[in-house]
Write a new protein. Sequence first.
Length: 259
Amino acid sequence: MEVVILPGADDVADQAAQIVADTIATRAKPVIGLATGSSPLGTYQRLIERHRTGTLRFDSVTAVILDEYIGLPAGHPESYREVIRREFVDHLDLPIARLHSPDVAASDLAEACRAYDDTVTGLGVDVQLLGIGSDGHIGFNEPGSSLRSRTRIKTLTDRTRADNARFFSSIDEVPRHVVTQGLGTICDAGHLLLIASGASKAAPVAAAVEGPLTAMCPGSVLQLHPHVTVLVDEDAAADLRLTAYYRETLRHKPPWQPY
Ligand code: F6R
C-alpha cells in the first residue's frame, strides 16, 4: 500500500485525476470504477476539464459504479447512477451504454446482484476509485461485512444514513438498503485508489491503513490487495503513525516507478 500525504483536498483531486488519466491513456479498453459521495467530485471535475481541453478521451472507456440505493424512484436525483451521470458522464464522450450500475429495479434483486458481480468481474476494473465512510466502510460494505463478500444487498447503519442525510431533505428520505459491490468484488480490481480529505476521515483512514485487518473496519481489506494507492490530505492523515516513513518513501520515489 502506498500512502501519499498531500497538502490539501485539491492536491488529492489533482493526483487522483492524474492516476485515472494515466490508466485511461495506457489501456486500449480502460475500465474505471466510480464512487459517489463528496470525496471523488474534485477528481471528476479535473477529468472533465482534461476532456474539455482535448487532452483526455473517454470514448473507449467503460465505467462501473460501486453501489446504488434501493427504493428511490427511477431517475431520483440522488440515485447514484443519476449522480454519476450528472457530475461526470454527461460531460464526457463516454457512451451511456458503457456506464454500468446495479439494477435495483429488478424483481429478483438477489439475481440482479449476482449478474452485476459477473458484469464487474467480467469487465475487469483497471482502477477503482474509493472513498471511505466515517465507520470505515468502502462501497457500502458496512462494519461486519465479509472481507470476501460479493455484490449483494446491505442495510445501511444509522451512522451512514446520518452522514448521507446532507444529500436529502431529511434523514427519513435516506434509503435503508443498498446494493453494493462486495469487498471481494472491489478487490478484484487491478488498482485501488482510496482518496480522503478532511479531519472527519482521520480515524477511518488510520484504521483502514494501519489498524488490524478486521470486518469491523471494512476498509482494512485494502491491506490484502497488491496494488493500493491512498491519497490523503494532511487532515485525513492526522491519525496515521507512519507519516514520516510515508513522506520519506515519496521523497525517494524512483522516477520510473508509477503509483
Ligand atoms: C459511495 C461509496 C461510499 C463513500 C463513502 C464516503 O459510492 O461507496 O463508500 O465513498 O461513504 O463518502 P463521502 O465521500 O461523501 O465522504
